[in-house]
Ligand binder design. Structure first.
Ligand SMILES: *[C@@H]1O[C@H](CO)[C@@H](O)[C@H](O)[C@H]1NC(C)=O
Ligand SMILES: *[C@@H]1O[C@H](CO)[C@@H](O)[C@H](O)[C@H]1NC(C)=O
Ligand SMILES: *[C@@H]1O[C@H](CO)[C@@H](O)[C@H](O)[C@H]1NC(C)=O
Ligand SMILES: *[C@@H]1O[C@H](CO)[C@@H](O)[C@H](O)[C@H]1NC(C)=O
Ligand SMILES: *[C@@H]1O[C@H](CO)[C@@H](O)[C@H](O)[C@H]1NC(C)=O
Length: 573
């Protein structure tokens, strides 16, 4: 106890030291970070480990005043392999301290990898982790780990249960049995947990129940399955409030509550919203996965294997996701690292009840520094202008557009109902009527390189349709990077206003359209538009003028994300 307290004091004072004396101690803090010239794609305020490969976020939780983030991590290199659980802690979800590995692949039931899983705060307040092990026969099994000392708020050491594996792939293909969710308790006090699977080729959320968190029995009926998808990875299942502004703890059930089931497949995180009856464990939804043309996704760009947790300190549900690289494997080896975590997002049921909405956690705003503003500025069709005065490679931009004249909006092109396809067929340089208009980010001075985040408005069947795109086609002169465009519709009324927020961080752009109704995350690797050479513009390539009601752009300070401890290597025997 005393040792922990002492450590907290030391770590806190180091954080304060770096924050308070940015001028004087710049060198000291900076030494622990990467050189921006040699490492132009290293981020400043997104979570990434000091080096090496990272993928899925695991077991996020809030415990004794501290946020914990675990993550799929290769302690040896920048490519996937030897998967262990990295572990970092934070007081504010912005600045992170890297601590020793929490779980390493050393037992027969996880020797080929300690894969994804979730944390549950048990009834007496102690945390428990359920994770997938790839065992000595490469079978997927579910295991339990508990803190060695629950009085240590850092939860530095984890003990694997003597009863592992707790769930074996009996009657399930051992290659398709992974990623246990956070558990929830029904009115009968039994714990329930979902494990991702596929049965007869169909994505399935297997349901398990337990009285003691150790002995688990599979229910005859899965919580949900789909004949229209394959394997479900990283399922997530949680309640959302129908009319409240707060997130809900995972075991909350009852009136004014709906449930969200998220599954990761086809490189995206899809979700459905329905009604869960804890007495029967029935989950009824409409529409289901793949039922309609337009599928609900957390994010329509690069965003996968996400996981939410309930933050009891601020009564909110927070979403994390893995944002992978879009350059090559050899680039990862050269960089010495691969993979980012998204900025944590608060997630709520949207007022329409038809979808979720997401917003970067408020804590990130503490990094906002120098600000520039614009109000009521008309942007004529065919014009582009620069927003100068901030560090455009590391910025937060919020803008709202008002569209004076929707009369002449184009008809939604028949046969182009897939928004992603629409964005790639009609890129930022394809002239329209209402749009394309939006931001050009991570742009070079001559605009040879830029990423366009923009909107177009079409006439649909008796309504207007708003399309949001993130067009990477001109993001980099480098040939070998993936420059696919991303797109989605935004369920907003364009006769009101259309808002956009973009968080820009060297090689990642997280964009939130319509106050977080539609999110698109892109990875870009400019050659020219790096660091101080990076610029920000507003453009309108529609024929109709639009008005910027309000634009605020901030330089962002770097978060303090660096290692203080040497990592302990797992013992491979
Ligand atoms: C995994 O670890 C072993 C032992 O340290 C090492 O030889 C191997 O290269 C590693 N594999 C990867 C992909 O990092
Ligand atoms: C889905 O697949 C299962 C198993 O193959 C089958 O029994 C069921 O009828 C199918 N349901 C639908 C709606 O197609
Ligand atoms: C806007 O259109 C002009 C003329 O076609 C083109 O040169 C320019 O690149 C376009 N802007 C963007 C951001 O694509
Ligand atoms: C943008 O789309 C136009 C067709 O409208 C196409 O000619 C052009 O090559 C595209 N630009 C890029 C950079 O893909
Ligand atoms: C413009 O946006 C900033 C930042 O979001 C806000 O503080 C300000 O009140 C807004 N101004 C108007 C006129 O909406």
């Amino acid at each position: 106890m005393e040792v922990s307290l002492f450590l907290i004091l030391i770590l806190q004072s180091i954080l304060i030291f770096c924050e308070a004396e940015v001028g004087k101690s710049h060198q000291i803090c900076k030494k622990l970070q990467y050189d921006p010239v040699k490492q132009p794609y290293r981020t400043a305020f997104h979570f990434q480990p000091p080096k090496n490969w990272m993928n899925d976020p695991n077991g996020p939780m809030y415990y004794k005043g501290i946020y914990h983030l675990f993550y799929q991590y290769n302690p040896y290199s920048a490519i996937w392999g030897n998967i262990s659980w990295g572990h970092s802690i934070s007081y504010n979800l912005v600045d992170w301290i890297d601590i020793e590995l929490a779980i390493s692949p050393i037992e027969s039931y996880d020797i080929n990898g300690c894969w994804s899983g979730s944390a549950t705060i048990l009834a007496e307040g102690n945390p428990a982790i359920l994770y997938t092990g790839s065992d000595f026969k490469n079978r997927q099994v579910q295991n339990l780990a508990m803190p060695k000392n629950v009085l240590d708020p850092y939860l530095r050491e984890w003990i694997k249960s003597d009863h592992n594996p707790l769930m074996a792939p009996i009657g399930v293909d051992p290659q398709f049995f992974r990623d246990p969710t956070t558990a929830w308790q029904g009115p009968d006090k039994k714990w329930r947990v979902v494990v991702g699977s596929q049965i007869n080729g169909h994505g399935t959320a297997l349901l398990y129940q337990s009285d003691d968190f150790v002995k688990w029995t599979r229910s005859d009926r899965p919580l949900h399955f789909s004949n229209k998808t394959g394997m479900w990875e990283c399922p997530d299942f949680y309640p959302v409030s129908v009319d409240g502004v707060n997130g809900l703890d995972t075991s909350v059930q009852g009136k004014n509550v709906k449930h969200v089931l998220k599954a990761s497949f086809n490189d995206h995180d899809y979700y459905i919203i329905g009604i869960y009856e804890p007495e029967t464990d029935r989950f009824s939804v409409s529409p289901d996965f793949m039922d309609s043309n337009v599928q609900l996704r957390y994010d329509y760009g690069i965003f996968y294997a996400s996981k939410t947790f309930y933050d009891s300190a601020k009564s909110r549900r927070i979403l994390w996701a893995w944002v992978t690289e879009a350059d090559g494997k050899s680039d990862d080896v050269d960089k010495g690292w691969s993979g980012l975590q998204s900025i944590p997002r608060s997630i709520l049921l949207d007022k329409t009840g038809k979808q979720l909405s997401q917003w970067p956690i408020e804590e990130i705003e503490k990094l906002r520094a120098k600000e520039v503003n614009l109000e009521n500025k008309v942007v004529e069709g065919g014009t582009t202008f620069e927003i100068a005065g901030i560090t455009s490679s590391q910025a937060d931009v919020e803008v709202s557009f008002v569209l004076p004249n929707l009369h002449d909006a184009e008809l939604l092109p028949p046969g182009l109902l897939d928004p992603q396809l629409l964005c790639s067929k009609r890129n930022a340089s394809t002239e329209g009527v209402i749009g394309p208009f939006g931001l050009l980010v991570l742009a070079s001075k001559d605009l040879i390189e830029h990423t366009a985040v923009f909107f177009r408005v079409f006439k649909g069947h008796g309504n207007f349709v708003v399309l949001m795109c993130s067009d990477q086609s001109r993001s980099s002169l480098r040939e070998e990077v993936d420059k696919s465009s991303f797109g989605a519709f935004v369920d907003v009324d364009p006769t009101d206003k259309i808002s956009l927020r973009s968080l820009i961080d060297h090689s990642i752009i997280e964009s939130f359209g319509g106050e977080g109704k539609t999110c698109i995350t892109a990875r870009v690797y400019p050659k020219l538009a790096i660091d101080k050479e990076s610029r920000l513009y507003v453009f309108n390539n529609g024929t109709e003028s639009i008005t910027i009601a309000n634009l605020s752009a901030w330089s962002m300070k770097g978060a303090q994300i660096f290692p203080l401890h040497k990592r302990r290597k797992p013992q491979l025997d």
